[in-house]
Design a binder for this molecule. Structure first.
Ligand code: ATP
Length: 247
């Protein structure tokens, strides 16, 4: 039996600055409990797709002009980012975006801004530390002085503090050494398996993403040009020629 669809993006168009058509009818589905990879080169539209889902386009002067986005059957195009967080949808932005002057622990705690129970927040913090032991050792360090890998872990940990059911993860491998990328993906896999967190992740590192995802969509120039189970994509000759070895 197929898992229910958590996220259903149906034919969306996105325009920046009222004139620049960047997404030209993108459709994708994310099943409950899945790890879905959104692949493609620089400028293909991956970040824009994630931002459309988490309603973070407005700050970029972008808007969804066609199509629909449904979360478990509910239309969400008009919900604010905060309302989406309350429904369990959290985006981890590209470039990690920790608050440089806050400590790792303070950064993590900012992720709990929609929650009020101090005891539950403390329990979540401990849970984040069990997945990211590195963050526990670095808890009192200012984020600015931690490594790129630790900052990426901090960004994911902060998202977890909102108790998400769906995490939109933008380019987690960016700027990280291969070994650290692998460490981050292993944690994503654990969170998916043990905490039942569903992931939609944008990645230029196609080979790494296809090793961890169940399903992938390949974007080019604002469109999905190919999709399929991750294993089939990894074995596909065109994918091998054009995308593997990219990241
Ligand atoms: P990257 O890996 O570089 O983030 P991407 O696949 O995520 O690539 P997007 O960032 O979604 O691609 O960009 C898609 C297209 O939209 C690009 O041509 C980009 O120049 C354009 N674009 C992105 N943000 C804006 C903006 N705020 N205003 C105008 N154009 C934008």
């Amino acid at each position: 039996t197929a898992a229910p669809i958590v996220l259903d993006v149906n034919g969306i168009e996105v325009i920046y600055n009222h004139v620049i058509l960047v997404l030209k009818g993108v459709s994708l589905q994310v099943p409950e409990g899945g790890i879905v990879a959104l692949l493609g080169g620089n400028g293909a539209g991956k970040t824009t797709t994630l931002r459309a889902v988490s309603n973070l386009l407005r700050g970029e002067r972008g808007e969804v002009t066609k199509g629909s986005i449904e979360l478990r059957g509910e239309r969400i195009e008009n919900l604010s980012p905060a309302q989406l967080v309350q429904r369990g949808v959290v985006q981890v932005m590209e470039g990690r975006h920790c608050f440089a002057h806050l400590t790792i622990e303070e950064n993590l705690l900012t992720g709990a801004y929609t929650r009020s129970s101090k005891g539950e927040i403390a329990a979540s913090l401990e849970k984040v530390y069990t997945y990211f032991p590195r963050l526990k050792t670095r808890r009192t360090s200012q984020a600015a002085y931690t490594s790129g890998g630790e900052q990426q872990m901090c960004a994911i940990g902060r998202a977890l503090m909102a108790q998400p059911s769906l995490v939109l993860l933008d380019e987690p491998s960016m700027g990280l050494a291969p070994q650290i990328v692998e460490e981050v993906f292993e944690i994503v896999k654990d969170l998916n398996a043990r905490e039942n967190v569903t992931f939609l992740l944008a990645e230029q590192n196609t080979s790494m993403a296809l090793r961890y995802a169940n399903y992938g969509y390949i974007m080019e120039n604002g469109r999905v040009v190919m999709d399929g189970p991750a294993r089939e994509l990894a074995d596909n000759e065109d994918v091998k020629e054009f995308y593997l070895g990219m990241g």
